[in-house]
Design a protein. Structure first.
Length: 244
């Protein structure tokens, strides 16, 4: 008996939702992939859980940082063809796995009705600890719980249906970034300039870096090589989980 072939992600979806903890998270890990989706006609929505108000590398007053980072994320989104950017306004650096957060993510899943959700892995990467910010892992786990079972169960958070008219919705697949189990690579070589345009929109986060493009290019080249792209091609890596 032959082993079943691993399931592959859908070639195209109508709608995708990216749920990340901070402004810039989606751009470092996935902006090239998002650019390929929007170019193919997929409607992409960003849901950013915090305003990133604990970020930055200068003396910008804390009450200004959140609004600055929201504006940066909106500009970065436009660079890769995304115009629907939503923020939940949770406190940066203090996210916890709560029912409120699960409900708020479930609400947006039911509003957007995406076939695909992209979020951060809830697993820690011991060999690259910087990818495993506690907020990232919390958002990843909260989003997976919202995907299954909350968003698809009409009896979970019944107020979403009773008070807001939001019908249950089943997400077909989840793409996890910064995962130690990455099994799928997107070749983003041909859209890398769009990724850099998105990244450089995050002025408060990257202006202190001497060679952002060089660092990110090398990182993506290594990713592509590790996951089987031809030599020199640039990749973004994901663990794809089939959830329907």
């Amino acid at each position: 008996m032959t082993s079943p072939q691993p399931r592959r992600p859908a070639d195209h979806v109508e709608r995708a939702l990216c749920v990340l903890a901070h402004p810039d998270d989606v751009d470092f890990g996935s902006a090239g992939t998002v650019a390929t989706w929007t170019a193919a006609g997929t409607e992409v929505t960003y849901l950013i859980v915090t305003d990133g108000d604990a970020g930055g590398f200068d003396e910008t007053p804390r009450d200004r940082m959140g609004p600055l980072r929201r504006a940066e994320q909106e500009a970065a989104a436009k660079a890769v063809g995304v115009t629907d950017v939503r923020f939940l306004g949770y406190p940066d650096g203090r996210l916890e796995l709560t029912l409120d957060l699960r409900r708020d993510i479930s609400r947006v899943i039911r509003q957007v009705r995406p076939q695909r959700v992209l979020t951060s892995s809830p697993e820690r990467m011991w060999d690259r600890i910087g990818a495993s910010h506690p907020d990232h892992m919390t958002v990843g786990e909260s989003t997976l719980r919202a995907v299954y079972p909350d968003a698809r169960n009409p009896f979970a958070f019944p107020e979403l249906l009773a008070d807001e008219g939001l019908e249950a919705w089943t997400v077909s697949e989840v793409w996890l970034t910064s995962s130690p189990r990455a099994d799928h690579v997107m070749d983003v070589t041909d859209v890398v300039e769009l990724k850099f345009a998105a990244l450089t929109s995050h002025v408060t986060q990257v202006r202190h870096l001497d060679d952002l493009e060089g660092f990110v290019t090398d990182w993506m080249r290594q990713t592509g090589r590790r996951l089987g792209l031809p030599p020199g091609r640039l990749g973004e890596a994901f663990h794809v989980v089939h959830t329907a």
